[in-house]
Design a protein around this ligand. Sequence first.
Ligand code: SF4
Ligand code: SF4
Length: 220
Amino acid sequence: MPYVITRLCTNDGACVEVCPVACIHTRPGAPQFYIDPDVCIDCEQCEIVCPVDAIFKDVDVPAEHAEAIDINASFFRQNKAVVGPVAFETAWQMVQRAHAYAASVGIAVTAAVVDEAGVPIAVGRMDGAAPRTAELAVSKAYTAAAFHLATADLAAQARQPWLRSLVVAHRGRLLPAAGGLVIFDGITIIGAVGVAGGSATDHDVLCCQAAFSVLETGGH
Ligand code: SF4
Ligand code: SF4
């Protein structure tokens, strides 16, 4: 249930500063800011800071502002291209590229590629990688897809009450720890990659970055 900005907005931008997933946007000349309903994670931070009480949860929007739900969604519909998720062949190459990097530095990891909804497309556990890394890698990828953010950017906020309550709401599938990166096609998210098993946190991030080399070399 996303939040919605109504026409009460005075365009001061205060909500943009606090949104952890950067889903509040506008364009020059527009009368207000808008929230992307596909990205909003219901964290309430924008509602708390809005000086004019212009923001509501969609189920709580007053009747006189009901049109705001469609106005917010339409703003993003007009600006997004329709693209599919990462193709399996690309996803599998990304997993293999992450494995190759891991092997080169002497570690064994699981790498996972998920679609934009966090559903796995390809998962590979290297020989020697701990069994639990399979679940951790998928969780990191799921988290990056859900937040539209590198999971390392969430790690510092892991103790924040809003994030902890979201972890519970997502039944423990959210893992705000480094090692998950978002895959974009232009400005549209088409998936995410997650890696677990490195002996240092940096290893997981570097494996993710190695996976992205597939996209740079035309695998996507
Ligand atoms: S509820 Fe949270 S995620 Fe949604 S728009 Fe507001 S600050 Fe962003
Ligand atoms: S904080 Fe409120 S008034 Fe300011 S831009 Fe966001 S919705 Fe508009």
